[in-house]
Structure formats: C-alpha cells, structure tokens
Design a protein around this ligand. Structure first.
Ligand SMILES: [Zn+2]
Length: 515
C-alpha cells in the first residue's frame, strides 16, 4: 500500500485526500487536497464555484499526535468572496473557523479539560493553558445548545468569583436538571437583567410604549388624535386581550413579528432561587413578577459558617494579644475542626472539636449555633416544623451577644419567607449545593484563561446540558467472537472460525477475501 493511502486511512480526515507525506526530524507533515470543487465560507453556509483571485493560501493545522510524532496537516486553499463576510480563505471540513488545530484535536483537548486538571491536559497535548482556553471557547460555541433556555420553570441564580480582583461570573442553573444553562461576566442586577434579555429577546422592531393618557387639564387643549394602533401579546397561557386590560404584556410595533413561545419564557418561571444580596431579586421583580423568590438554604448555612469563622478569628487574636502564643497556634490549627461538617471530620479533627466544645466559651456557643442552622435544613421536617425551628433560632440568634450571629439573625429574619419557600417548593438543597461545589472546582481550573467566555464555555461543557466527546467520529465497533452453536463454553467452533477467516480482507486490494 502506498504511504499516502495508508495516511488517508489512518487520519480519516473528512473531505480531503492525502497528496504527500513527509517525515521531518521532529514531525510528520501530511499535505492534503480538498475533494470538493466548490469553495465554502468558513463562517456561514455560503458556497460558490468561483474563486476571488488567483492567490493561494497555505494553511497548517496540528492534528492528533501519531505515537511520539507531532503531526501537521497542510493544505493550499483558495479565496472566495462571501456576500456576508467578504473576501476570505475557504473553509475546510476537518477544522473549525480560525483554528490552528484540526477538529479532532480541538475535541480531544475540550474533553480532557473537562475531565482532568490543567497540568495533565497541557503535558499530554503539549500546548499551553491559554491555548486550551481558546479551544474550549471554540468547541463550546459550537456545542452549546440554543434551545437550552426553552423549558425553564425553577431556576437558580448565583455568582462565583473568577480570577483575582473581584471578578465574578453569574450563572443560571435549571433546578430540575441540576445543570448550568446560562452565564455571563459580572454579578448583581445588571447580570440578571442580561439573562432576562436573552430569555425573551426584544423583537427586531423597537417596541412602542403604551399610550399614556394626558393630564385632564391638557386633554381639552390637545386635538383628539386617532389611537395609536398596537398589538397586545399577553404573557403566559391567557387569551389575547385588548390593550390596557392589566395583563402583563409586551408592546409590539404594528407589523412586527413576535414568536409567542419566545416572549412567554420569563412568564413560565415559577421560582427563582438566589442568595441574600438583593440585586437578583430586584431583577426578577422587574421581569418575572409571578415567580417566587427563594433563598437557597445552603447560602444560609454558608453565612452561619462565616459568622463562626469571625468569632473564631476574634478569639484567636485575643489569645495572641494575651501573649499565649502556643495556645493561639494550636487554636489556629483547629480551624477546620470547627468549620467542616461534623460528618466529614477525621478522627483527629473530631477529637480536637470535642476538646474545644467541652471547654465552653463563645467559640463553643458559636459552633452550636452554626450546627443549629444546619439542622434546620436537614431533609425530613415539614414546612410548619421548619418555620417553628427557624423562629426559635432567630430568637436565639438575637440573644446570642455575638455580633456576627446577631447580624446573621437580622439577615435571616428579613428573608424568612424566602428561606421557607425553598422547603415549600421542595427545591433540592443537596443538588444545588453539589452543583455550587462543582462550579467552584471548575472555576478554579479556569483561573488561567484569558477571557471570561473561555471560563463560561468550560462551565457549560462540564456542568451544562452538553457533554463533549473526545472525537466526533463514530466509534469503532469492537465485536468479540461469538460462540457459535457446537460445544457451549469451549470457544468458537471450527465452522465459525472458518467463517471469520473468510471475511478477512485481501492484503492487496482491500476487498473481502471470500468475494
Ligand atoms: Zn459567509
């Protein structure tokens, strides 16, 4: 077999044939040519038989390594003129637009980045982490499903710190599937507003505001104008009504088209869960008034843990100021014994915790209150029982004489209804917390990426509704030899072996030997 045919079969690049193979000291260079005559725009579906000019463009892509060899694919491409994107070099079916790597290479890197850590990915594929970021962005952009915002009823909105210097990503997750469906850079009301803008995009034509009645004194002066025609599109499953009937609706300019399925998406939200900072609630009030605002219970526990840590740090500083350096050192080491959930403690940490709580004092009291907060949100109790426990806890926090816990009590009292709504609507706290922990882990991995879009793409590929696969090709089916009727349990019969052998391929022409 010729080396070019062998490489054609080995690489299996779609839409091309191998013209030439060259072995260099550190790499294998495979030159390919496109099978199709038409030129295709790499950015859209436009194709044309005509080239833009006589100029050729030599392109190079890196493909999956061949054993220890680095493999380069080269092709000479022609330029075309796309009516939308202008003059540019034609696209190839085996690589994405603007990529220096083949599609197979991109897919493998994206899959590795979602499965393993930064160092392993970079060493295995021999590229730097920023390049991995660009690849993730490209693959994410192609794989992320445009319909993922279609069936949202109960969602959570939360921010996560990304990189240093108070940079944040805001993520929207679907409670029913436990997956991240949308994300943006930034946090607070502006970020949530961007989500609602994407959920129900504005119609192409600018919407006309509802006509405001003029004040009574001016009405007599202004000559009567014919009413400005407008179409009322009500949100939700109610019939179309005349303008001004008091149903939440969008105003459309006459003649503009609006997909009622799209405009109704915010109105289908039944619950939006969030933390207690307030910015998101304001946005939900503006865009989805029917949705219940729910406080994610794990945020309440997180705040309690923070309050305990404040009390612990204060006590540690007091010990240091009193000159008890070795006691202060031992107390500092006990940090995780206090902050971790008791079920997750090691034997050593459990013994330390027992010693700390046995001595009493404000740290022991703070720890007991943190555990009371956790106990309220344990699965099991009914809404009424939780309401009673919460009221008792709020009273105790108010009397605690520990500033961080008094503050915690005030915050929780303000959000009492939202905290109870999580239990009433049976929004899974465990699932929300698990997703939050996973997101934090992935975001730490994305710290080195240059852009927030790359970090968001990694989150979508890891915690979102799409799962990347290492390759786009159909997997090779490996069939084990079937035991044919004959002697059960003693391997294939001679008759079957003969049948298998006869299906072997001829070494010269790749036809079946039996044909
Ligand atoms: Zn185009």
């Amino acid at each position: 077999m010729r080396v070019t045919s062998a490489f054609s079969r080995l690489l299996k690049l779609p839409g091309v044939w191998v013209k030439k193979v060259r072995f260099e000291p550190d790499r294998v260079v495979v030159t390919v040519a496109l099978r199709r005559r038409h030129l295709h725009c790499p950015k859209c579906s436009y194709s044309t038989p005509n080239r833009e000019d006589e100029q050729d463009h030599d392109s190079v892509w890196r493909h999956l390594d061949l054993g220890v060899w680095r493999l380069e694919v080269r092709a000479r491409l022609r330029r075309l003129c796309c009516p939308e994107h202008g003059a540019l070099v034609g696209g190839v079916p085996f690589a994405r637009d603007g990529a220096r790597f083949t599609r197979d290479f991109d897919n493998l890197v994206a899959w590795l980045a979602t499965k393993t850590d930064k160092t392993a990915t970079c060493r295995l594929v021999r590229i730097d982490w920023r390049t991995v970021g660009r690849i993730i962005e490209r693959v994410g952009g192609e794989l992320i499903d445009g319909d993922r915002l279609g069936d949202l009823f109960e969602i959570s909105v939360d921010e996560v710190a990304w990189r240093k210097g108070h940079r944040y990503l805001t993520l929207i997750a679907n409670h029913r599937t436990g997956r991240v469906v949308w994300g943006t850079e930034g946090k607070g009301q502006a970020a949530a507003d961007r989500f609602f803008a994407d959920l129900d995009p504005e119609p192409a034509a600018s919407p006309s505001p509802p006509p405001q009645p003029a004040p009574r004194s001016e009405r007599a002066k202004v000559p009567r104008q014919p009413a400005e025609p407008a179409i009322m599109v009500p949100f939700g499953p109610c019939p179309t009504v005349a303008a001004g009937e008091g149903v939440h609706a969008a105003w459309l300019a006459v003649g503009s088209e609006l997909d009622p399925q799209v405009v109704a998406r915010a109105s289908r939200l039944t619950a939006v869960s969030m933390d207690m900072t307030g910015g998101y609630a304001a946005s939900v009030r503006d865009h989805a008034q029917q949705a219940t605002i729910v406080i994610d219970n794990y945020h309440v526990v997180q705040l309690a843990t923070k309050a305990l840590d404040e009390v612990r740090r204060e006590h540690w500083n007091e010990l240091r100021r009193a000159g008890e350096q070795h006691v202060a050192k031992a107390f500092k080491d006990a940090r995780w014994s206090l902050l971790k959930n008791p079920d997750d403690l090691t034997d050593q940490q459990a013994a330390t915790l027992q010693a700390l709580t046995a001595t009493g004092g404000k740290v022991a009291r703070a720890w007991t209150m943190k555990e009371m907060v956790r106990a309220i949100f344990a699965p099991g109790p009914t809404v009424e029982a939780v309401a009673q426990l919460l009221d008792r806890l709020l009273a105790r926090l108010a009397r605690s004489r520990l500033k961080p816990f008094v503050r915690l009590g005030r915050t929780n009292r303000k959000h009492r209804e939202g905290i109870l709504a999580a239990r009433r609507l049976k929004l899974s706290n465990a699932r929300a917390e698990a997703l939050n922990n996973k997101v934090k882990l992935i975001v730490r991995r994305a710290y080195g990426f240059h852009s927030a879009n790359a970090a968001l793409a990694l989150l979508h590929l890891t915690c979102g509704p799409v799962t990347p696969t290492p390759t786009t090709r159909t997997p090779v089916r490996v069939t084990s030899p079937t035991i044919m009727p004959g002697e059960p349990g003693k391997g294939p019969s001679p008759w079957h072996l003969a049948a298998v052998l006869s299906q072997r391929r001829c070494g010269r022409c790749w036809r079946s030997a039996s044909s």
